[in-house]
Design a protein around this ligand. Sequence first.
Ligand code: HEC
Ligand code: HEC
Ligand code: HEC
Length: 203
Amino acid sequence: MSKKEPSESAPPPRRGIWHWLWRPPERWYLLGIPAGALLFFLVGIVFVVFVLRPQLTFTESQEFCTSCLEMDEPFNQLQQSPHWSNQFGIRATCADCHLPPTLGASLVAHFDARVDVWAHLTGRIDTPEKFAKNKLRMAEVVWKDLKNMDSVTCRKCHSFAAMALDQQSREAAKHHSPEYIAKTGKTCIDCHKGVAHTLPDAM
Ligand code: HEC
Ligand code: HEC
Ligand code: HEC
């Protein structure tokens, strides 16, 4: 036997994660993949925290929501309602009722608002007459959203559980009772429309 067994001459190459870490791949550029991913991740976080979040917070503000002339009317109506000023000193602003509280749903709502931005840019509701013509249609969108969300934005402030039924009118207490709600499956918006704005004429 003149030929040596290869296994005798060289120790078997050690493989595994430790080995790999100790001796990075020959092709150095491959390191760019994890490094790039990390950088991407960090830039993403910086973007969300310092750019997207403040931007969203700003677009959720009363100032932003009423910065278009189109929103003067709903704003004026809100200011006449008990949701703007009341004995308890609790105020509901546009986002309180119109923007769902959970992050996912609120992002969807922000995305949906592109329709409103488009309507603004194209002047779809920029006169009281045009607004009036579209009011029912717009209100129906809000009703549908609230219904689908089980009136979650109303329930940020109100809840059936917190209602002192014995202090409510008979009519209210009957409709808010757990049995009635369980039986009918109704949610706030089913019975309470027009709590911040006047109802559309066609109602
Ligand atoms: C930011 C908190 C807040 C949010 C959000 C809110 N409410 Fe209210 N709501 C109040 C307060 C405070 C009052 C008490 C005002 C008063 O009676 O003086 C009130 C009063 C009411 C009343 C009795 C007065 C009236 O206008 O008839 C109804 C009905 C009502 N809310 C329904 C709703 C519905 C429906 C929603 C969701 C579309 C909602 N609220 C969202 C705080 C809120
Ligand atoms: C099945 C219908 C129905 C549902 C659902 C309902 N309400 Fe009512 N609510 C009424 C009626 C009826 C009254 C009495 C109206 C009146 O007296 O003018 C009332 C009265 C109220 C009042 C005034 C209470 C008072 O004593 O003056 C508030 C506030 C209110 N509802 C909030 C809510 C909120 C918030 C929800 C959802 C969590 C809700 N309601 C769900 C029917 C309903
Ligand atoms: C207390 C809850 C509440 C607040 C606060 C609120 N809205 Fe609304 N909004 C509603 C509901 C409910 C509807 C659906 C129509 C209705 O029932 O009046 C609606 C409908 C609308 C519509 C559709 C057109 C119409 O008049 O129905 C617009 C636009 C609107 N809101 C804008 C605003 C703006 C802008 C603000 C802040 C200045 C605001 N809303 C504050 C509850 C609220």
